[in-house]
Design a protein around this ligand. Structure first.
Ligand code: UDP
Length: 478
């Protein structure tokens, strides 16, 4: 019999890459502190993982074998979301998510009941992604268990979303699309222009599922016992302090990295990764621009074409991730005809890669990114400045933090403006040139990198917050 478990965390992952990565890392971190973990993926995610990592039907994939062999008490489970495996949950995002938010509590109920029974002598509690609300509050109520909520994006985005009523009172929810006004009434948020708020708070986003579900989700979130944030106190301290007036909040990021923990090999990626190492080895330090728009958002063929020729005109080395489905259609001819021949050895196009490995490579000197929060944090951790091209959701607000608050990036173009190849080329050239703008960005990026790394030292803010959270959690569950 091993050491006494501190409690049994039941964790169900949101089925998208940008949520899977931080959630798995949170599971490992909790397990390393002596908790028993049951971590569940939906079956269709399991199927994708199996395909990406074993290229067959691969039912043998168990994410945590290695972690278990090292002594962590962590199990892997799967269950169905009720949709056929082949249903495209990315393409049909709104339809899928509306049903998930409405029906998931019922679906998940049986799984949670069984999981609790599987460990009758260890106190169970829920750890769920906030994107799943309101169902975790319903289930936690039903089983009378503690409910830990995890927010994978910056605290600023959380605060804006949770204060939707205040935004509405001030005429900013939904916010008129082209209005530019300062918002300076959200507790802990000094000021943010309406152009920088999340797309789903605006009129154009008001048909989206996120807009429609916000009131019901925030009602559920109010019932969470603890809220964990994938951010760092030093970067968002006023916002976290203001949020603490409602509930206990803990900044524990960046969760995708660790300084003191053993790192376990866990299959997280839903796509097979191309190896870029050899190509990167042939490039001089800081000379490569890494380009990726994440795992989820779509863009148009016309924008891809402008960026493609902008890259070519800039004469800068680049790695560009063109993932399958990036156009949001079955069209597989994404790049302009003949482009791949034209780039010769200056560019490498891959369908997917190990992004953290690429960003950590000394040859990489910049990241043209859509500013998904994981990508943003990964770039910050590696000290790589960014060219921001946010497309939707929180990406717009994340880019504001990067450009205006932390000064570690520039914008590719103003929000809503069209992308033009000549402008793209000029921006990339000056960004990668080592000139004064580029130098200042690099100085700030190094500073932020140190802040992030300090936070994960054993006496750093995120480590202390994590330990405090565990102490509070243990006091609450026992
Ligand atoms: N990612 C990756 N390989 C790629 C592109 C992305 O491993 O070729 C990972 C990246 O490291 C990040 C996640 O996919 O952890 C994307 O999450 P993010 O929040 O940046 O964007 P989203 O996909 O949610 O829009």
């Amino acid at each position: 019999m091993g050491r006494q478990s501190k409690g049994h965390a039941i964790m169900i992952s949101v089925p998208y890459q940008g949520h899977i990565n931080p959630f798995i890392n949170l599971a490992l971190k909790l397990a390393s502190k002596g908790f028993t973990i049951t971590f569940a993926h939906l079956e269709f995610v399991h199927q994708k993982l199996s395909k990406a990592h074993h290229s067959s039907n691969g039912t043998e994939v168990d994410l945590f074998t290695q972690a278990r062999e090292s002594g962590l008490d962590i199990r892997y489970a799967t269950f169905s979301d009720g949709f056929p495996l082949e249903f495209d949950r990315e393409l049909n995002f709104d339809e899928y998510w509306e049903i998930i938010l409405r029906d998931f509590a019922g679906l998940v109920d049986e799984f949670i009941g069984k999981t609790i029974q599987s460990e009758p002598f260890i106190v169970p509690f829920l750890v769920t992604d906030i994107v799943f609300y309101p169902w975790p509050a319903i289930i936690a109520d039903k089983y009378d268990i503690v409910n830990v909520a995890f927010w994978t994006q910056p605290a600023l985005v959380f605060s804006l979303a949770c204060h939707w009523e205040l935004l509405r009172e001030n005429g900013h929810f939904p916010c008129e699309d082209n209005v530019e006004e300062e918002i300076n009434y959200i507790p802990g948020v000094k000021s943010i222009n309406t152009r920088d708020i999340m797309s789903y708070l605006k009129e154009a986003g008001s048909a989206s599922v996120v807009f429609k579900c916000l009131p019901m989700a925030t009602e559920g979130i109010k019932k969470a016992d603890f809220i964990l944030h994938n951010t760092v106190d030093e970067l968002e301290s006023d916002i976290i302090s203001a949020l603490n007036k409602y509930q206990p909040n803990y900044a524990i990021g960046p969760i995708n990295f660790s300084r003191n923990l053993a790192t376990y090999t866990v299959s997280k990626s839903l796509r097979s990764e191309s190896d870029c190492t050899q190509w990167l080895e042939s490039k001089s330090p800081g000379s490569v621009l890494y380009v990726s728009f994440g795992s989820f958002v779509h863009t148009s063929k016309q924008i891809i074409e402008e960026i493609a020729y902008g890259l070519l005109l800039s004469e800068v080395n680049f790695i560009w991730v063109i993932r399958e489905g990036i156009l949001g259609s079955g069209d597989t001819n994404v790049l302009p005809v003949g482009f791949e021949d034209e780039i010769k050895d200056e560019g490498l196009i891959v369908p997917w890669c190990d992004q953290i490995m690429v960003l950590s490579d000394p040859a990489v000197g910049g990241f043209l990114t859509h500013n998904g929060w994981n990508s943003t944090v990964e770039s910050m951790w590696c000290g790589v400045p960014m060219i921001c091209y946010p497309i939707a959701y929180d990406q717009i607000t994340n880019a504001k933090l990067v450009v205006d608050d932390w000064k570690i990036g520039i914008r590719l173009c103003d929000q809503g403006m069209s992308v033009d190849r000549k402008v793209v080329a000029e921006k990339i050239k000056s960004f990668m040139s080592g000139g004064s703008i580029s130098k200042n960005l690099r100085v700030e990026a190094d500073r932020v990198k140190e802040t992030m790394r300090d936070a994960l030292e054993s006496d750093g803010s995120s480590e202390r917050n994590f330990d405090k959270c565990i102490e509070d959690l243990e006091a609450k569950i026992h």
